[in-house]
Design a protein around this ligand. Structure first.
Ligand SMILES: Nc1ncnc2c1ncn2[C@@H]1O[C@H](COP(=O)(O)OP(=O)(O)OP(=O)(O)O)[C@@H](O)[C@H]1O
Length: 302
């Protein structure tokens, strides 16, 4: 460990990615870093660096909302891992203040699609555009398995990420919002799995992004925290933030999401408000509709 490493909660070998100008980018252990990108990146092609995670951006300001432009738009995304075709020409636009829940069987490609939306990876084909009236864009991203460098506190960790955004960040407030105020001084390696996910959510919120992409944010949370998580999501949307999340918690999804998008076989097999999706198959609730819409006998995304 170098001297710099000792003062940098985000510089371990798997995470650090010095940018071209020598500055250090904030990391996560899975490479799905959430960070501001100093260069506006309006398409997936321009942001294919896996290490950069969060891209450049702007606030979901009133002008954006008034312009009618989507906060984020993915067009004709296709992707294969070897001979495993995961996405087959899917398109998705999300308006400022809209909550879109991406659901689908294990292996259907949700995380893959969310990585493309967060622009931590680029698809084989298609574009991702972040809409912002001033030409800037910022996406906050919670990866499915957020990771943090051991040895630093929750506060230290968010302080580190806060230095990469323009405006001052009230880290204590961020921790309070995600339910970690009581663990502010706890080392990240002493956090439980659910608490680590909440810290990942906090990291995604640093800098008040216009778009938030959350990969299974409720996974591993206790029932009370699941409710709190979806309350946070609702509050974000009320503040004009576009939220795209994946979840297997279909009850809260049905109650909270403005739109449910069901991914299966590389395509969207349903896309609409929860009630419409449920009614489209004559189901009683989203859980039942999900069973009717997708084949869950085997893991998909083969
Ligand atoms: N880096 C990779 N290399 C090879 N295959 C991959 C890679 N990432 C994902 N896959 C494959 O792509 C498919 C979709 O995976 P993905 O993680 O996107 O699914 P998911 O819907 O998020 O699943 P889950 O609900 O289990 O988290 C799976 O078959 C998976 O094995």
């Amino acid at each position: 460990m170098t001297d710099r490493d000792r003062t940098n909660p985000a510089t371990d070998e798997s995470e650090t990615d010095p940018t071209a100008d020598g500055t250090t980018t904030p990391p996560t252990t899975d490479g799905d870093t959430t960070m501001p990108n100093p260069e506006p990146a309006t398409t997936a092609e321009t942001a294919s660096d896996e290490s950069t995670g969060e891209s450049a951006a702007a606030d979901a300001d009133a002008a954006t909302a008034e312009s009618g432009r989507p906060a984020i738009a993915a067009t004709d995304l296709s992707h294969a891992f070897g001979d495993v075709r995961v996405l087959d020409g899917v398109s998705l636009s999300v308006a400022p203040g809209e909550i879109v829940a991406l659901v689908g069987p294990n292996g259907s490609g949700k995380s893959t699609l969310l990585r493309f939306l967060a622009r931590v990876r680029a698809p084989d084909e298609g574009t991702v555009t972040i809409g912002a009236s001033d030409g800037r864009a910022r996406v906050g991203y919670l990866p499915q398995q957020p990771g943090f460098r051991a040895g630093f506190s929750a506060t230290d960790t968010l302080d580190f990420y806060a230095q990469f955004v323009d405006d001052p960040v009230d880290v204590a407030d961020v921790l309070e919002r995600v339910g970690l105020a009581g663990a502010a001084d706890r080392r990240v390696d002493a956090l439980s799995g659910g608490m680590t996910r909440l810290l990942g959510l906090g990291r995604a919120l640093v800098g008040d992004p216009a778009v938030v992409v959350l990969d299974e944010p409720a996974s591993g949370l206790d029932p009370g925290m699941v409710e709190r998580l979806f309350d946070i999501v609702s509050d974000l949307a009320d503040a004009g933030v576009a939220v795209v999340l994946s979840s297997h918690n279909l009850g809260p999804v049905e109650r909270t999401a403005d739109r449910v998008v069901v991914l299966d076989g590389g395509r969207f097999v349903a896309d609409g408000d929860p009630r419409a999706v449920v009614e489209s198959v004559g189901a009683a609730d989203l859980q039942t509709a999900f069973g009717d819409l997708v084949a869950t006998e085997e893991v998909t995304g083969r």
